[in-house]
Design a binder for this molecule. Structure first.
Ligand SMILES: Cc1cc2nc3c(=O)[nH]c(=O)nc-3n(C[C@H](O)[C@H](O)[C@H](O)COP(=O)(O)OP(=O)(O)OC[C@H]3O[C@@H](n4cnc5c(N)ncnc54)[C@H](O)[C@@H]3O)c2cc1C
Length: 379
């Protein structure tokens, strides 16, 4: 078999899996194949807020993704009666996916990952000894397959796994900055609309050499509930800050929450990144995708030593890893924050500095904050 590992999807999850695998097993250079449906540079609808923990993990294996970025050092949290802000220092950055994913792909190639672009995986055959993956006109043979193909994952569907019932509707657009925006090093989450199971955001974004704003609305759809009209909510919000909704291009997508009870593997195939599920509280998925890659890469490195690798324990391994534990807690947190205990949760975030501080630390990956960096403007 020409390849040890075939990875479907060259987003941050697929590329990180390949990078961490090769870091643990440099002897596999040239034997890890990533098949990507599109051609780089390709865009991905995303607000581009990358938690510092994603960068730190990649840096731990010598990978630094140099692209235009805005350093982020704080969070603002708006509730119906005002806002709280926490600026503990560097906690991450915002990037553009068009540039970031292409730069990460270039780093992966430089380290011996074989990347085929314009190769949509459309058929999979798995036997006891190998996997056979058809992408476009070509058929590739390998020992194992990783499904890192994002939201509508073909690999996930092929495995016969249903998609997580907890989903979110999301709409995003880029606009100019306005006077009322927070400082350009702060991510703004606004949960003041209690009719929305989610939040609106205003994030600085590096576009065309300027600091502009990514604005959007994230609305969770609990099973059995009607989906929110996020596009209309965003329009209303833009009008309220003096922007013309019609003059900017809107992009609407779904996101799928992590469901810990679901299987994430079958035989010689595992799922990572958004194909497995992301944080349902915020819809954050980039740093998680890199975390998934770190866990999967080292897991595969060990499994490939075996003659007949079997991934029956991938779910347990994932759930015991930092990203699995974190997503498990966030899955229940989504129900608490937006369904069963919204007002107490709002109060906690708005009134108790330590809670916003902890959110910033989780985003950053554990850097402590200082009490004096906390600001509050509540009634
Ligand atoms: C509006 C919006 C805003 C967001 N904002 C943020 C944010 O600010 N911060 C954050 O952390 N996250 C954010 N997210 C979530 C984040 O974009 C995703 O969770 C993240 O990209 C997941 O990474 P991934 O590698 O798993 O999947 P993806 O980035 O989706 O990569 C999957 C790759 O697989 C490829 N592919 C798909 N099908 C096939 C196939 N059949 N064969 C081969 N290749 C295939 C795709 O082309 C793509 O390159 C946002 C999402 C949305 C919708």
């Amino acid at each position: 078999m020409p390849y040890d590992v075939i990875i479907a999807g060259a987003g941050p999850a697929g590329l990180s899996t390949a990078l961490f695998l090769l870091n643990a097993r440099p002897d596999l250079a040239g034997r890890v194949l990533v098949l990507e449906k599109k051609a780089f540079p390709r865009d991905k609808t995303c607000a581009g807020a990358l938690g510092g923990r994603g960068d730190s993990l990649l840096e731990s294996i010598g990978v630094r993704v140099e692209v235009p970025s805005i350093p982020i050092s704080g969070l603002r949290f708006t509730v119906p009666r005002g806002f709280s802000e926490r600026t503990p220092g560097p906690i991450g950055r915002t990037i553009r996916r068009l540039e970031y994913d292409a730069a990460l792909a270039a780093q992966a190639r430089a380290r011996g990952v074989l990347l085929v672009e314009g190769a949509p995986v459309c058929q999979i055959r798995v036997s006891r000894r190998e996997v056979e993956v058809t992408a476009g006109e070509e058929v590739y043979g390998g020992r194992v397959l990783v499904g890192a193909d994002g939201l509508g994952s073909f690999v996930r569907r092929w495995l016969g796994l249903s998609f997580a019932p907890l989903k979110a509707r999301v709409v995003e657009m880029d606009t100019e900055r306005t006077e009322g925006d927070p400082p350009p090093h702060v991510l703004h989450f606004d949960v003041s609309d209690r009719g929305l199971n989610g939040y609106a955001w205003d994030f600085p974004t590096p576009l065309d050499g300027e600091v502009r704003m990514s604005r959007g609305v994230y609305g969770l759809v609990f099973p059995g509930h009607d989906p929110p009209d996020v596009a209309r909510l965003l329009d209303r919000r833009l009008e309220s800050i003096g922007l013309d909704p019609g003059s900017h291009r809107k992009r609407q997508m779904l996101e799928r929450g992590f469901e810990p009870h679901q299987p994430f593997a079958h035989g010689r195939v595992i799922l990572v990144g958004e194909a497995a599920g992301v944080d349902p509280i915020t819809g954050e998925g980039m740093a998680e995708a890199i975390q998934y890659g770190a866990v999967a890469g080292t897991y595969l490195a060990k499994k490939l030593v075996l003659g007949h690798p079997d991934f029956a324990d991938w779910r347990t391994h994932l759930l015991r890893s930092p990203v699995g534990t974190d997503l498990f807690l966030r899955r229940w947190g989504a129900y608490l924050c937006f369904r069963y205990a919204r007002r107490p949760a709002e109060l906690l975030f708005a009134r108790v500095p330590g809670v916003l501080d902890q959110a910033a630390r989780l985003f950053a990956g554990g850097r402590p904050g200082r009490k004096e960096d906390y600001a509050s403007a509540l009634d």
